[in-house]
Design a protein around this ligand. Structure first.
Ligand code: LLP
Length: 463
């Protein structure tokens, strides 16, 4: 059934309000493995577990709301990406999706590199022992202080985003007697099929230097003249939550074309190209993400083919998946506080978190799944909207979903696929305390980011 169609059939009420939902699954107790972390299971009584730990116990021990992250799944996904690209390419995990010391250690152990885009991410990476040469530093407006720290730490590359930054980084490195390895981020003019706010390769936005009009070629010209920097390649990131490989194909083709122009003009073959991140994950059963080996195969083939056509040596490829690694590995656990049926409309189920722990629904109209995880229920499906406890009506976590009609205060709900861009974009709106991140593996659960407390909030308030 299409996502905009209204469900029909004997099990459901005749009329549902306008919405963006599919018919309820035949069995609401079933957990679609596409959207849940790999070790998530439901037992006979209907209690869901992750990493061998039941959510009812986890809620008692760590409270709600809380993010539970399946460490084995995270590590497996790292390995899948590393294996898919092999020794011919480099995988940089995009720390903006979610970063903590534990994550940095896992990445290090699993052989991944790390992309950071702020001083805060850089210090987390270095503090947890990521070797500086395995770090890439991004951002469209890095401060002088951030550049100094990155250069002095010896990061493997800085991705330059503007003409000013080319000079700035070169100057800072030269003053310190360094030659900083850099890439130039270009905008390739691709309209990625994703939400406007997370598409980044069309020309009218803040990132990168446009290939159009010869801007990127001019940036390369300038960069090659400066002693403080060594230009090692070209970078392109077309957007996020993308399923269609066509955008990457156009992007790779245009970047290779620039490499050929650079070779023709300067006699230099730049050795690297970075195609960014952006690969989509399943938030609902409707989404069909690609496996890393498919992605690796198609990206490598495209680049190799284009390079052959341009008679270029194939550059070393790198990619920067964030969401595709961490997104599916976590769910957010909430407790139901109130259930409010609105006659002829829908039922609002309020939980103890909201837009402060997941802003994505409000910001991007993101779609999520939700399940009752503390017990089994064979009650009829009921159309619900899962909302938070914040003071605005846009505080929606799951816009349209089906839950069993006997849902009640005290039940635990879990929203899967919240590993990426949820804790990392969490806020203190309404002085909410940001939830903890708990890593679960082989029957053991440990807090990797603790719950914020009211004391933490008051400590910042020094008036
Ligand atoms: N590389 C660069 C240069 C990026 O800007 C990004 C994401 C990535 C890699 C990783 O993209 P991923 O593989 O995670 O899609 N807050 C939005 C997503 C913003 C993405 C920003 N840049 C969301 O919640 O959907």
């Amino acid at each position: 059934m299409s996502r905009s169609a209204h469900p029909a059939g004997p099990r459901h009420a005749d009329v549902y309000p306008e919405g963006h939902y599919t018919a309820p699954a035949d069995d609401l107790n079933a957990l679609d493995e596409k959207v849940w972390a790999r070790t998530v299971r439901r037992n006979e009584e209907g209690v869901v577990s992750v990493g061998g730990r039941e959510v009812t116990r986890l809620a008692e021990e760590f409270g709600t709301p809380a993010y539970f992250l399946d460490e084995a799944d995270f590590r497996a996904r790292c390995r899948a990406w590393a294996d898919a690209f092999g020794t011919e390419a480099d995988v940089f995990y995009a720390g903006k999706a979610f970063l903590s010391r534990a994550v940095v250690r896992w990445l290090k152990e699993e052989g991944l590199n790390l992309d950071v885009c702020s001083g805060g991410e850089l210090s987390t990476a270095l503090d947890a022992g990521m070797p500086a040469e395995r770090i890439a530093f991004h951002g469209n407006n890095k401060s002088t202080e951030e550049i100094v720290r990155a250069v002095e730490a010896g990061v493997g590359r800085i991705v330059l985003d503007s003409f000013q930054e080319i000079v700035r980084v070169a100057h800072i490195a030269q003053e310190r007697g360094r030659r900083q390895r850099v890439q130039i981020r270009v905008t390739v003019g691709v309209e990625a099929h994703t939400h406007e706010f997370i598409a980044t390769a069309h020309e009218d936005q803040k990132f990168g230097i446009a290939l159009a009009g010869g801007q990127a070629a001019e940036a390369v010209r300038r960069a090659l003249k400066l002693d403080g920097i060594e230009l090692i390649g070209i970078h392109s990131h077309i957007g996020s939550q993308i399923f269609d490989m066509a955008g990457f194909e156009v992007s790779a083709r245009r970047v290779v074309q620039l490499l050929a122009e650079v070779r023709d003009e300067h006699g230099v073959e730049l050795p690297e190209i970075d195609l960014g991140g952006g690969l989509g994950i399943a938030y609902t059963s409707e989404d069909d993400p690609r496996e890393p080996h498919h992605i690796a195969k198609s990206l490598t083939e495209i680049v190799t083919r284009e390079c052959e056509a341009a008679k270029l040596r194939t550059p070393r490829i790198s990619v920067e998946p964030g969401r595709a690694i961490v997104g599916p590995t976590a769910f957010t656990l909430y407790e139901v506080g109130t259930v409010k049926p609105l006659e002829g409309l829908r039922t609002y189920v309020s939980v103890d978190g909201g837009m402060s722990d997941n802003i994505r629904t409000a910001l991007y109209d993101a779609e999520y799944s939700v399940a009752l995880v503390s017990r089994r229920s064979d009650a009829e499906p009921m159309l619900v909207r899962v909302v938070g406890k914040h003071c605005e009506s846009g505080d929606i976590l799951v816009r349209d979903a089906f839950l069993p009609a006997d849902i009640a205060p005290g039940d635990l709900l879990a929203v899967p696929a919240t590993g990426a861009y949820c804790r990392s974009m969490a806020s203190n709106y309404n002085h909410a305390c940001r939830p903890p991140v708990v890593a679960v593996k082989d029957g053991a659960a440990r807090v990797i980011v603790r719950r914020e407390t009211e004391e933490d909030l008051l400590r910042l308030d020094v008036g």
